[in-house]
Design a protein around this ligand. Structure first.
Ligand SMILES: Nc1ncnc2c1ncn2[C@@H]1O[C@H](COP(=O)(O)OP(=O)(O)OP(=O)(O)O)[C@@H](O)[C@H]1O
Length: 355
């Protein structure tokens, strides 16, 4: 479990309650070594024909106080990268430094201020109450739980768990348990947290609450967060920067704004009951058809058509006898960026989110 890799610290710490937004104003300009520095990391699984290179020569730096999202389809290597960074999986090549400490020189120092939630949940103690869990995980992080009681209250409040503070975790819904897991990760005041699919299984409202809290922790408390998710809403809402992975390699690494700004903005979606396979094939001959949504009612195509090309598209549709039910411009999202960088279509791309 991540906790065992990430909480090997010394005696009780009382750092947390003295930390405030004012104190952390300096965090705008990162000082000292980065929170995480991964250099030329490679991890293979299996042998011979069955060998899989899960992480392939990846280098990555995460500055203190930043929120970095790992985005990629199933099997891209996100979890393996996080597990290598946490020392749970030993890489075949490359190095990992956490707050400047090479993890090979001693895990205790490197992971003293690190915690993680893997695969959407952690092993909270279901017979303990929510608050008891937070106190327990603070304690095993080496923090005096009384010294962070106010932080725990804040966390429970912001994650809408305050009225469940004295309820055993086993009596909570799955979504609430998920939020308790996140609170437990944050209970000890770690300065770098890895969150693998933190919104998995959460309802819309709970996911929104969790995103808001992550953003607040980053902005107000300078927490460094590495978050992996298929959920692009989470990545867009929470992250300063996005690292896109495909087949174990980084295909993009930039701010959300830069990634979205660098894509085609002249994309339109045309819906019509007349968009059969033959019509779409005809459009493909003259236009860059980005996506075909046969499941929508009526079916729709997404086509690159800016400026005069939009008139050409209209002419082509009229010539093909297509009655347009709906026409709208499409704002690019991170899945479009991924498609541009990898050529992998959305329905095989980021978590199978088909559009
Ligand atoms: N312990 C393992 N043994 C063998 N192969 C593994 C192991 N762990 C991961 N892999 C393989 O490594 C590749 C990357 O997997 P990984 O779980 O890191 O991807 P991911 O991006 O996190 O995917 P997902 O979004 O589905 O969780 C996949 O091909 C996977 O099958």
């Amino acid at each position: 479990m991540a906790r065992s890799a990430a909480s090997a610290s010394g005696g009780p710490r009382e750092r947390d309650e003295t930390r405030s937004a004012d104190d952390d104003a300096s965090l705008g300009e990162p000082t000292g070594p980065p929170a995480l520095s991964v250099e030329r990391l490679t991890k293979r699984f299996g042998e011979g024909d069955d060998a899989v290179t899960a992480v392939d020569d990846v280098s990555l730096t995460v500055e203190r106080g930043s929120v970095v999202g790992l985005l990629g389809p199933n099997g891209a290597g996100k979890t393996t990268l996080i597990k290598c960074a946490l020392g749970i999986v030993i890489p075949d090549a490359g190095s990992v430094r956490v707050f400047g400490n090479d993890v090979r020189d001693g895990r205790r120092a490197a992971y003293a201020d690190v915690d993680a939630m893997l695969e959407g949940a952690r092993n909270d103690y279901w017979r303990l109450t929510v608050r008891e869990n937070l106190r327990y995980f603070a304690t095993i992080s080496g923090v005096d739980p009384d010294s962070v009681a106010a932080r725990h209250d804040r966390l429970l409040d912001r994650l809408d768990l305050a009225d469940k503070a004295d309820t055993p975790v086993r009596e909570l819904s799955r979504g609430m348990k998920q939020k308790v897991s996140l609170a437990s990760v944050l209970a000890g005041g770690a300065e770098l947290v890895f969150l693998d699919e933190p919104t998995l299984g959460l309802d819309v409202e709970s996911a929104r609450t969790l995103r808001a809290e992550l953003r607040r922790l980053a902005v107000e408390e300078g927490l460094t967060i590495v978050v992996s998710s298929h959920d692009m809403t989470t990545i867009e809402a929470v992250c300063d920067r996005v690292v896109m992975l495909s087949n174990g390699r980084i295909v993009a690494d930039d701010t959300v704004e830069a990634l979205l700004g660098g894509t085609d903005r002249d994309v339109v979606r045309v819906a019509s009951p007349d968009l059969d396979a033959e019509t779409v094939a005809g459009l493909r001959e003259s236009f860059d058809v980005r996506a075909v949504d046969r499941e929508s009612r009526p079916p729709a195509v997404t086509v690159v058509a800016g400026g005069d090309r939009l008139y050409d598209l209209m002419d082509a549709l009229r010539a093909a006898g297509v009655t347009v039910s709906d026409l709208r411009t499409v704002q690019p999202d991170l899945e479009d960026v991924f498609l541009e960088r990898t050529g992998v279509a959305g329905d095989g791309g980021l978590g199978g989110a088909s559009r």
